[in-house]
Structures are given as C-alpha cells and as structure tokens.
Design a protein around this ligand. Structure first.
Ligand SMILES: Cc1cc2nc3c(=O)[nH]c(=O)nc-3n(C[C@H](O)[C@H](O)[C@H](O)COP(=O)(O)OP(=O)(O)OC[C@H]3O[C@@H](n4cnc5c(N)ncnc54)[C@H](O)[C@@H]3O)c2cc1C
Length: 470
C-alpha cells in the first residue's frame, strides 16, 4: 500500500528515476500475506483506499481481504508503477556514504540513490508465542499470517490462540465448518458492534456515475473517525464514554449465558487495546461447536493444548493468531547514517522518529507508517497519504537546491518525543491494560493527539525542525 503510493506520487512529481524494492514476487503486502478465512478490513472500504483512486466497486462497507489486495494491484497497474518494482529481492542494507545512500540486496545488487523511502510495513513480521512444547504438536500448526490452505478445516478440531482482530475474524468465519473450535483467550476484548451491508449494484452504479457520492461518504466516515480519535486521545472525554457505552451494551445484549458473558468481559477500558470491530463474533462464540477457553495455557502436547486446570484440549489444527513484532519497522535492514551512526543503535531501546518520518543524522531517509504514528482503528492508507504529501515537500526542498541532505534536527526530535510521551499519558491506551500499543516503558507508542492535528502537522513541514546540509 505505502510503497505503491510513494511510487505513484514520485511519478506524478516527474521523478521517473526510482525503484521499488519488493522482496516478495508480487504486490499486496499485508493483503498478500494474510489469507486467513474471514480476513477483512475493519475500516470502511471507502476510507481504506487512496483518495485519488476511489473505488465504486467495493462490495461491502468492510470489504474482504482479497478484494483489497486486488484493488492495490489494480491501482498500481493503472498508474503505471509496476515496471518500477524489482520483485523477489530483499533490501538488506542502506548505508549513507559521501552524501548518497548505498543499497544492498540479498541478491547481491548494489544501488546508489539520493533518497530512501522506507515503506516496509508495520504488521509485517509474525510474532510466535513462547509456549512449552509447541514444536511437539502432532497436527498442523501455523501463524495466521502464514495460513496453510492445504489443511482441511471441515469437521476438524481447531484451536486458535489469541483474541485480537484476526482471531475474532477467523472464529466467525470457520465456526460453522469445524467439528470443534476452541478459542484460547488470555485477555478478553471489547467488541464494537458493526453491520456490514453489501453495496447493491444500483449503489455501485451511482458511485460510478457520480464520484461526489463516494467523496461524501468518505468524508462522513472520516468525520466519525475524527470523533473516535478525539475520544481515544482523551480518556476522560464524552466521546470516549460513548465508545465504552456502545461496547458495554453490545456485550450485555449479545451474550445470553451469564457465565460466558463474565468470561468475555474485559477488566480494562474499551479501546485501551485495539478495539475489535465485529458483526458476529459474539454470535459465533455462542454456537454449540465453539468453546471459549479462559484457563491459561500450560503447554502444547502432541494431542493438543494442555491448560493450567490439567485439561487436554484435543486438536487437529492449531492457529497462532498471536500478532506481529510491531517495533521492527525497517529492521532487520541495516541502516547506517551520517557519521556511521547505526539505526539499530539509535533504536536500541525503542524506535523513535520525528513525526514518525525522519531521524536525525539519517538524511534523505524518510519513513511511511514509521514509529509512533497514528494507530488505533484508523485508515493507515489515509495516514500514509498525508505522510507522503509531507515527504514530497522535503524532497522538493532538496530539488530546489537548498541543500543536498535533509533530516530532522536532534533538538526537534527531542522536543517532539518529550511532548509525545507527555500527551500519551492522557490517552485511553495508558489506562491500564496490556497491549501492543505500549512500548518497553509502558508508554503508548502512538500519535497521542487528535487526528486533525496530524493532518495539520502533515500539511507543511515546520522547516526550523530540519537541518539542510550540502
Ligand atoms: C490482518 C490485518 C488486518 C489489518 N486491517 C487493517 C485495517 O482494517 N485498517 C488499517 O488501516 N490497517 C489494517 N492493517 C494494517 C496494514 O498493515 C496496513 O493498513 C497497510 O496494509 C500497511 O501497508 P504498508 O505498505 O505500509 O505495509 P505492508 O503491507 O506490510 O507492505 C510492506 C511491503 O514491504 C515489503 N518489504 C518489507 N521489508 C522489505 C525489504 N527489506 N526488502 C524488500 N521488501 C520488503 C514486504 O514484503 C511488503 O510487501 C491490517 C493488518 C493486518 C495484518
């Protein structure tokens, strides 16, 4: 998504001499790698797409994963950027030497470039759980992002470890096919109720004939998300109280068995962890073939999962819906900046970047969806679009001859980071839950201000925050 976007914007700006490095053999990123049953976006499709390539053909309010993958591929083709992609080779190092970046790939290619845009993804490197005996499992075991479609699910006893958005989508999608489905829950989740109507052919025709209809829809969804962001960045706000009420009412009205309801009731505030948006998770987990397992996992054995109460949950298939290493960003690429500063060392405690985009002493190295950016149920497409608009202005500054190296100053970085950490303490993410939003200190690794403030920051760089050198 972000790499294609960067390519399109560079091309539009008349910068034809660029290469997109993609280690896989086709486009799609997240939407290529995740193929699990039930995969869908939980941001409405008319917002989860590029503003310059609205799509009248979205099938649903929240469209399924394969449709999203096809959309990104189509846009890349339509904008003529696919010939710029070098597939099947992984960038392993970017080293700044004599004012230019030297790129090395696993395939032995050495390229020299003026500017690097890192669009390496956020939820990209699967995280595997550390569970005793996992390797000894006798059935099929795989991570949700490496789904094994050769494994039969029909009538099988399937266990799912994890209760994030992915796990919930899988439960709803397969519960009617499996013989028995066991969901191993460490932490209960708040679930935001949703509906997912299909767009009718008439609606799709209307969108095609009058793109303003799509723009209007997109604007109204964006406004809703702005209210949502006002809520999550201020845990005492009325918007937050409303989000909590929706989730609480959903739990109370959807789960009839009082014991199950209590086991599904989180002991922290809604949206502290990434909210689950689901039309049917509660319905699915109440089906006769489904079981919510809340006893802690003691270990995995050839026959299944043993929980702390001594019970063996016999399984044929074990799905690890255990998320991603969210603090990797450009790593494991070796990135060495000006004065031989190693990004791995700069980030040894945790990743930081000025406005998520630039790191001091790493000139002309810009990130899309980099560290501490907006997270929390937003459209990362919208985020990346705002960021690329900003990055193009940094590149323009280089082109206009003001200097050949641009990066955030150390002072701007320090001031930004201390304000960000301070503001993060007021957010809902800091109200006492364990989540992938928190860094090693327990500080939310995210943009802690309203989303409209992100929009205005991205509108134009504050030039005093940047250092230009020849
Ligand atoms: C299951 C799931 C559901 C999601 N749902 C939503 C949602 O509802 N809304 C939302 O906004 N976001 C969602 N996301 C987040 C999603 O990752 C982003 O929205 C978006 O797809 C990120 O795009 P990207 O281009 O930044 O990264 P990616 O899609 O991860 O693409 C990165 C690309 O870089 C390539 N790459 C990485 N390193 C190298 C290297 N060293 N050399 C060469 N190539 C490399 C990868 O192969 C990949 O193709 C979801 C993520 C997952 C996993």
């Amino acid at each position: 998504m972000a790499g294609i976007l960067a390519a399109i914007k560079l091309k539009e700006a008349g910068l034809a001499d660029f290469t997109v490095y993609e280690k896989a053999d086709r486009l799609g990123g997240t939407w290529r790698e995740n193929t699990y049953p039930g995969l869908s976006c939980d941001v409405p499709s008319h917002l989860y797409c590029y503003s310059f390539a609205l799509n009248p053909g979205w099938s649903h309010l929240y469209s399924p994963g394969p449709e999203i993958e096809a959309y990104f591929e189509r846009v890349a083709h339509d904008h003529g950027v696919v010939p710029h992609v070098r597939f099947g080779d992984e960038v392993t190092a970017c080293v700044f030497v004599d004012g230019r970046w030297q790129l090395t790939t696993a395939g032995g290619v050495h390229d020299e470039v003026d500017v690097v845009i890192a669009a390496t993804g956020v939820l990209h490197h699967p995280k595997y759980p550390d569970i005793r005996g996992l390797d000894s499992f006798g059935g099929a075991v795989f991570h949700s992002a490496r789904w094994d479609h050769g494994v039969a699910l029909d009538g099988a006893r399937v266990g799912i470890i994890g209760t994030g958005s992915t796990a919930m989508q899988i439960v709803s999608a397969i519960v009617d096919r499996t013989g028995k489905l066991s969901l191993f829950q460490r932490t209960a989740q708040w679930v935001m109720p949703a509906v997912n109507p299909a767009y009718t052919p008439d609606e799709q025709t209307a969108f095609r004939q009058d793109p303003l209809l799509m723009e209007g829809l997109r604007d109204s969804v964006a406004q809703l998300f702005d209210h949502f962001s006002d809520g999550i960045v201020d845990s005492r706000s009325p918007e937050m109280a409303m989000i909590e009420k929706f989730c609480l009412d959903n739990l109370e009205s959807s789960v009839s068995d009082p014991d199950l309801r209590e086991r599904l009731r989180p002991d922290y505030r809604a949206a502290c962890k990434r909210l689950i948006v689901s039309t049917d998770f509660y319905e699915a987990i109440q089906k006769p073939g489904a079981e919510l397992v809340t006893d802690a996992i003691d270990g995995v054995e050839p026959g299944g999962v043993r929980t702390a109460d001594g019970r063996l949950h016999e399984l044929d298939v074990l799905v690890l819906a255990t998320g991603f290493k969210v603090d990797a960003f450009v790593r494991p690429i070796t990135v060495v900046g000006r004065g031989s500063v190693d990004l791995g060392q700069v980030w040894v405690d945790r990743p930081e970047a000025y406005l998520s985009i630039s790191v001091p002493d790493f000139p002309n190295f810009f990130m899309l969806n980099g560290p501490n950016g907006p997270v929390g149920n937003f459209s990362l497409v919208e985020v990346a679009e705002l960021q690329i608009g900003y990055i193009m202005q940094l590149i323009d500054r280089l082109r206009s001859g003001g200097g050949r190296q641009i990066s955030a100053t150390a002072d701007a970085m320090a001031r930004f980071e201390s304000a960000r950490v301070e503001a993060a303490k007021n957010t809902i993410w800091a109200t006492g839950c364990r989540s992938w939003y928190l860094d090693d200190r327990g500080i939310p690794a995210a943009w802690p201000w309203p989303f409209r403030q992100f929009r205005s920051e991205m509108a134009e760089p504050a030039w005093e925050a940047y250092e230009l050198r020849d």
